[in-house]
Design a protein around this ligand. Sequence first.
Ligand code: FAD
Length: 426
Amino acid sequence: MTRRAITRRDFLASSAAVAASAAPMPRPAIAQAEPHVVVVGGGFAGASVARALKQLDRRIPVTLVEASRAFTACPFSNGVIAGMRDLSAQQFSYEKVVADGVVLAPGTANLVDAQARSLIVGDGVRLRYDRLVLAPGIDIRWDALPGYDEAAAERMPHAWKAGEQTLLLRRQLEAMEDGGLVVISAPANPFRCPPGPYERASLIAHYPKTKKPRSKLIVLDAKDAFSKQRLFQNAWKELYPGLLEWVSLSSGGKVTAVEPATNALVTDFGRHQAKVANVIPPQKAGRIAELAGVADRTGWCPIDPVTFESKLVPNIHVVGDATIAGGMPKSAFTANAQAKVCAAAVAKLLRGEAPAEPKLINTCYSLVAPDYGIHVAGVYRPVNGVLTEVEGSGGVSKADAPREVRAIEATFADSWFKTITSEVFG
Ligand SMILES: Cc1cc2nc3c(=O)[nH]c(=O)nc-3n(C[C@H](O)[C@H](O)[C@H](O)COP(=O)(O)OP(=O)(O)OC[C@H]3O[C@@H](n4cnc5c(N)ncnc54)[C@H](O)[C@@H]3O)c2cc1C
């Protein structure tokens, strides 16, 4: 990777990095010409906020704190699991973000002191901020599903954060004998990417259909309804008859425990012995949100839908999957849209101006097969403090569209991924 990773020394020296060591420090450590914005999390939301701020006003010093050296994108990672693409197609460097003038602070943000308006990165670098934007994505609720902990995830991967977990699930599918049973467990709402488990089921089914035709796939669901349900189920009948079965909550689909030693998933109605078990567990906002005090008892972060400022802690904004965003689903498209609104609001707030009321768009494409795409779209605006879908604004792909249209939608999905990743990282 060629990005310039700033060292601790650089970091302390960088003007606006406004940094000082964890040792007691006089505040502010360095006189700042402009108010400093720190963004935590360089994913679809955080990298977009950082870049958008620089594009709005290059004078605003912006520091991006990111735990990973490169970003690994979840959208299209189901294709990696199904052997349709390589993980490298999901990975992006921060080179261009830095080229825009954003100071990159590699490391994990571990602590936020909202009173002092500072945070600690890694082993003790302290950063001061005037406005902090948290965009940490999700964390797994390791205490929510009996039997499922970090060790269990090595046997029964979630693959809900792209990277090693994605490759682990792919390797397990590759190693499975023809005739094996794949079980996916899907969580209750809310969770990252509502159509994601069903796209994954589809693409995994496509893999045995073409390579291991005697295998079977079951989706055990903690819900009775899901995103683009009719479109998915129609496509499953057409493409994967007898191969893919969906078990709803009311039919006993909720997984109540897992047994990693035997690869079994337990429901109130019995045990499912899987050859490959993909457990998508309950989730919450990334841990730093809780540490900063911006997550509520649900584990997610309530925000003002005009500024994305936390409803719990002033001067901290939250964007992306970590938020409670009313009707907006947790998607990369949403994260990017929220980021632009948040950046515009932060720039205005720093100038003492009032942010404008936003309208935000989301579109989620899913692949049911490599040449079979479907979508759902919506427009959202704040209504009584909640992001609400504008009546009549959205919709889903037509139920009776011919296969040529599905094939065109698959190309739209591909173009969307290329466009968003080049906007955020390119
Ligand atoms: C299988 C799958 C398929 C999907 N498909 C689609 C799709 O087709 N379309 C779509 O729109 N969305 C899709 N999504 C959803 C999409 O991936 C997420 O909604 C999106 O990534 C959310 O962006 P984010 O910035 O909030 O979080 P992320 O993209 O996860 O970014 C969070 C970043 O914060 C960093 N971080 C976290 N905590 C800290 C910390 N304390 N210090 C420093 N860095 C930190 C992480 O390293 C990470 O880089 C899919 C998701 C999955 C799992």
